[in-house]
Design a protein around this ligand. Structure first.
Ligand code: 13P
Length: 252
């Protein structure tokens, strides 16, 4: 009942010409009718070109971050109405790199999530523990805190599009991948927390993606467990062939 979602997070890579070179190569590699929803998240300056290049396809385009306000004196920020105006449909919220380098917190995640839902952008809220937190047995405490504060005050009726990405920080860009069992356990725990904070019905319909060194050779084993509904892919999504292989592997 949960449609798989495979998203590419291009981080701070690809100028517009590189983004359209990607879509030129990528679109012929994927079937026109997909089992999975496919989302590309380019950098801000490549959003418009990527939207144009994927017009008429089922591929959707997401931003990597946004401000929660509609407008204001916030130099350098992009607002949800600006994203809506150019045809962006999804937005990453609270990626661990935003938390680590740009001071994002569970409180700002919550503000952004409320704003994204109000503006009909599909929010992909990122959570996950650091290596030291896992090693000291704190993974579930960290995830509980991120979900409880990040999702607090959300109207369950408005949360039907909510997507969560579990990205253990120690697995991002390191080549270390969570074992399928570690990922499944974390996803199950996250789903239980969503049931507590929102409702069991929303928890059952929320897609929870795995992220952290997803590659063509591990996508199938990670994406097909009971509580894993797709992937958020960094490095391996920069290459059209490897991203298409991940989609094929993950959408079985
Ligand atoms: P990698 O796939 O490069 O580990 O990055 C994961 C990620 O941060 C996706 O948001």
């Amino acid at each position: 009942m949960r449609k798989p979602l495979i998203a590419a997070n291009w981080k701070m890579y690809k100028i517009p010409a590189e983004a359209t070179a990607f879509t030129d190569a990528f679109l012929p590699l994927i079937a026109s009718k997909q089992k999975a929803e496919i989302v590309l998240c380019p950098s801000t300056t490549s959003l418009a070109a990527t939207i144009e290049a994927t017009k008429g396809t089922e591929v959707r385009i997401g931003a990597q971050t946004m401000h929660w306000l509609d407008n204001g004196a916030y130099t350098g920020e992009t607002s949800p109405i600006m994203l809506n105006a150019i045809g962006v449909t999804h937005v990453l919220i609270g990626h661990s790199e935003r938390r680590q380098y740009f001071n994002e917190t569970d409180e700002t995640v919550n503000l952004k999530l409320k704003s994204a839902l109000a503006h009909k952008l599909v929010p992909i809220v990122c959570v996950g523990e650091h290596k030291a937190e896992r090693e000291s047995g704190k993974t579930n405490d960290v995830l509980r805190q991120q979900i409880t504060v990040g999702l607090q005050g959300i109207d369950p009726a408005a949360a039907t599009s909510l997507v969560i990405a579990y990205e253990p920080v120690w697995a991002i860009g390191t080549g270390l991948t969570a074992t399928p069992q570690i990922a499944e356990d974390a996803h199950k725990f996250i789903r239980e927390q969503i049931a507590e904070v929102l409702s069991p019905a929303i928890a059952a319909s929320t897609r929870i993606l795995y992220g952290g060194s997803v590659k063509p050779d591990n996508a199938a084993s990670l994406c097909c467990l009971e509580n894993i509904d797709g992937a958020l892919v960094g490095g391996a999504s920069l290459d059209p062939t490897s991203f298409a292989q991940i989609i094929a592997g993950a959408s079985i």
